[in-house]
Design a protein around this ligand. Structure first.
Ligand code: THU
Length: 160
Protein backbone atom coordinates (compact mmCIF):
# COMPACT_ATOMS: atom_id res chain seq x y z
CA UNK A 1 0.00 0.00 0.00
CA UNK A 2 1.32 3.38 -0.83
CA UNK A 3 1.84 5.80 2.05
CA UNK A 4 1.95 9.54 1.77
CA UNK A 5 4.18 11.53 4.06
CA UNK A 6 4.78 15.15 4.84
CA UNK A 7 8.04 16.76 5.84
CA UNK A 8 8.02 19.77 8.13
CA UNK A 9 10.93 22.04 8.66
CA UNK A 10 11.31 24.47 11.47
CA UNK A 11 13.00 27.82 10.93
CA UNK A 12 13.22 31.17 12.64
CA UNK A 13 13.03 34.58 11.02
CA UNK A 14 14.92 37.36 12.76
CA UNK A 15 14.06 40.93 11.76
CA UNK A 16 17.61 42.22 11.79
CA UNK A 17 21.13 41.70 13.13
CA UNK A 18 20.37 43.20 16.53
CA UNK A 19 17.75 40.52 17.16
CA UNK A 20 20.24 37.68 16.63
CA UNK A 21 21.95 35.91 19.54
CA UNK A 22 25.33 37.61 20.14
CA UNK A 23 27.52 34.85 18.68
CA UNK A 24 25.38 34.60 15.57
CA UNK A 25 25.36 38.39 15.10
CA UNK A 26 29.15 38.45 15.33
CA UNK A 27 29.46 35.59 12.86
CA UNK A 28 27.06 37.25 10.43
CA UNK A 29 29.12 40.44 10.54
CA UNK A 30 32.15 38.34 9.53
CA UNK A 31 30.14 36.87 6.65
CA UNK A 32 29.08 40.35 5.53
CA UNK A 33 32.69 41.58 5.62
CA UNK A 34 33.78 38.51 3.62
CA UNK A 35 31.00 39.14 1.10
CA UNK A 36 32.31 42.62 0.42
CA UNK A 37 35.63 41.11 -0.65
CA UNK A 38 34.12 38.47 -2.97
CA UNK A 39 35.67 37.99 -6.40
CA UNK A 40 32.58 38.00 -8.61
CA UNK A 41 33.44 39.88 -11.83
CA UNK A 42 31.10 37.72 -13.93
CA UNK A 43 27.87 37.41 -11.96
CA UNK A 44 28.34 40.53 -9.83
CA UNK A 45 26.58 38.50 -7.15
CA UNK A 46 28.65 38.53 -3.97
CA UNK A 47 28.37 35.97 -1.21
CA UNK A 48 30.19 35.76 2.11
CA UNK A 49 30.19 32.89 4.57
CA UNK A 50 31.60 32.45 8.05
CA UNK A 51 32.07 29.19 9.95
CA UNK A 52 32.43 29.20 13.73
CA UNK A 53 34.26 26.27 15.30
CA UNK A 54 33.81 25.12 18.89
CA UNK A 55 37.37 26.22 19.67
CA UNK A 56 36.31 29.78 18.81
CA UNK A 57 38.09 30.07 15.47
CA UNK A 58 36.16 31.64 12.62
CA UNK A 59 36.84 30.79 8.99
CA UNK A 60 35.49 33.04 6.28
CA UNK A 61 34.93 32.50 2.58
CA UNK A 62 33.68 34.50 -0.37
CA UNK A 63 32.70 33.32 -3.81
CA UNK A 64 35.64 33.04 -6.16
CA UNK A 65 34.63 33.17 -9.80
CA UNK A 66 36.60 32.13 -12.84
CA UNK A 67 36.54 32.91 -16.56
CA UNK A 68 35.94 29.17 -16.95
CA UNK A 69 32.69 29.46 -14.99
CA UNK A 70 32.46 26.01 -13.35
CA UNK A 71 35.99 26.40 -11.99
CA UNK A 72 34.79 29.01 -9.51
CA UNK A 73 33.64 28.14 -6.01
CA UNK A 74 30.85 29.30 -3.71
CA UNK A 75 31.58 31.20 -0.50
CA UNK A 76 30.22 28.46 1.76
CA UNK A 77 32.56 25.82 0.39
CA UNK A 78 35.57 28.14 0.44
CA UNK A 79 34.88 28.69 4.16
CA UNK A 80 34.05 25.17 5.28
CA UNK A 81 36.86 23.48 3.35
CA UNK A 82 39.31 25.92 4.89
CA UNK A 83 37.91 25.24 8.38
CA UNK A 84 38.13 21.49 7.91
CA UNK A 85 41.62 21.79 6.48
CA UNK A 86 42.91 23.74 9.47
CA UNK A 87 40.94 21.87 12.16
CA UNK A 88 39.77 18.54 10.75
CA UNK A 89 38.58 17.23 14.11
CA UNK A 90 36.98 20.36 15.54
CA UNK A 91 33.23 20.63 15.88
CA UNK A 92 31.46 23.17 13.69
CA UNK A 93 29.15 25.29 15.84
CA UNK A 94 27.33 27.42 13.29
CA UNK A 95 27.46 28.97 9.82
CA UNK A 96 26.42 32.42 8.64
CA UNK A 97 25.85 33.47 5.02
CA UNK A 98 25.13 36.80 3.37
CA UNK A 99 24.64 37.32 -0.35
CA UNK A 100 23.52 40.08 -2.66
CA UNK A 101 23.44 41.32 -6.21
CA UNK A 102 24.82 44.80 -6.90
CA UNK A 103 21.49 46.30 -5.93
CA UNK A 104 21.29 45.34 -2.25
CA UNK A 105 18.67 42.69 -1.65
CA UNK A 106 16.73 42.12 1.55
CA UNK A 107 15.83 38.63 0.35
CA UNK A 108 17.65 36.00 2.46
CA UNK A 109 20.16 34.16 0.25
CA UNK A 110 20.20 30.47 1.05
CA UNK A 111 23.06 28.14 0.12
CA UNK A 112 22.88 26.49 -3.31
CA UNK A 113 22.24 22.76 -3.64
CA UNK A 114 25.90 21.86 -4.03
CA UNK A 115 26.78 23.83 -0.93
CA UNK A 116 24.00 22.19 1.06
CA UNK A 117 25.39 18.80 0.10
CA UNK A 118 28.94 19.87 0.97
CA UNK A 119 27.93 21.40 4.31
CA UNK A 120 25.81 18.38 5.22
CA UNK A 121 28.87 16.14 4.99
CA UNK A 122 30.33 17.80 8.09
CA UNK A 123 27.06 17.66 10.01
CA UNK A 124 26.86 13.93 9.34
CA UNK A 125 30.52 13.53 10.26
CA UNK A 126 30.26 15.31 13.60
CA UNK A 127 26.82 13.91 14.44
CA UNK A 128 25.81 17.26 15.83
CA UNK A 129 23.44 19.66 14.12
CA UNK A 130 24.88 22.81 12.58
CA UNK A 131 22.59 25.86 12.70
CA UNK A 132 22.63 27.95 9.52
CA UNK A 133 21.87 31.69 9.45
CA UNK A 134 21.37 33.35 6.07
CA UNK A 135 20.44 36.79 4.82
CA UNK A 136 20.69 39.18 1.90
CA UNK A 137 22.55 42.47 2.21
CA UNK A 138 20.04 43.71 4.77
CA UNK A 139 16.72 42.80 6.31
CA UNK A 140 15.51 39.49 7.67
CA UNK A 141 17.78 36.65 8.66
CA UNK A 142 16.53 33.08 8.41
CA UNK A 143 17.90 30.42 10.73
CA UNK A 144 17.49 26.68 10.48
CA UNK A 145 18.68 24.37 13.26
CA UNK A 146 20.35 22.02 10.83
CA UNK A 147 21.70 21.83 7.30
CA UNK A 148 19.43 18.83 6.90
CA UNK A 149 16.42 21.13 7.15
CA UNK A 150 17.60 22.64 3.89
CA UNK A 151 18.29 19.31 2.21
CA UNK A 152 15.70 16.60 2.79
CA UNK A 153 16.69 13.13 1.59
CA UNK A 154 20.31 14.17 1.44
CA UNK A 155 22.91 11.72 0.25
CA UNK A 156 25.06 10.95 3.29
CA UNK A 157 27.22 8.16 2.03
CA UNK A 158 26.00 5.68 4.64
CA UNK A 159 24.96 3.29 1.88
CA UNK A 160 28.36 3.24 0.23
N1 THU B 1 27.13 31.55 -4.89
C1 THU B 1 27.68 31.32 -3.66
O1 THU B 1 28.80 31.76 -3.37
N2 THU B 1 26.97 30.59 -2.77
C2 THU B 1 25.73 30.08 -3.02
O2 THU B 1 25.23 29.31 -2.21
C3 THU B 1 25.01 30.48 -4.22
C4 THU B 1 25.84 31.06 -5.30
C5 THU B 1 27.91 32.31 -5.86
C6 THU B 1 28.39 31.49 -7.03
C7 THU B 1 28.57 32.53 -8.10
O3 THU B 1 29.85 33.10 -7.94
C8 THU B 1 27.53 33.58 -7.76
O4 THU B 1 27.13 33.34 -6.42
C9 THU B 1 26.30 33.54 -8.65
O5 THU B 1 25.77 32.27 -8.73
Amino acid sequence: MKAEHHLHIHYTIYQNLTELPEKAAHLMKEAIAARQKAYAPYSHFKVGAAVLLKNGHIFIGSNQENAAYPSGLCAERVAIYQASTQYPDEEIEMIAISGTAEIPTAHPVSPCGSCRQSLSEYETKQQKLIPVYFMGAEGNIIQTDSIKDLLPFLFDGSLM
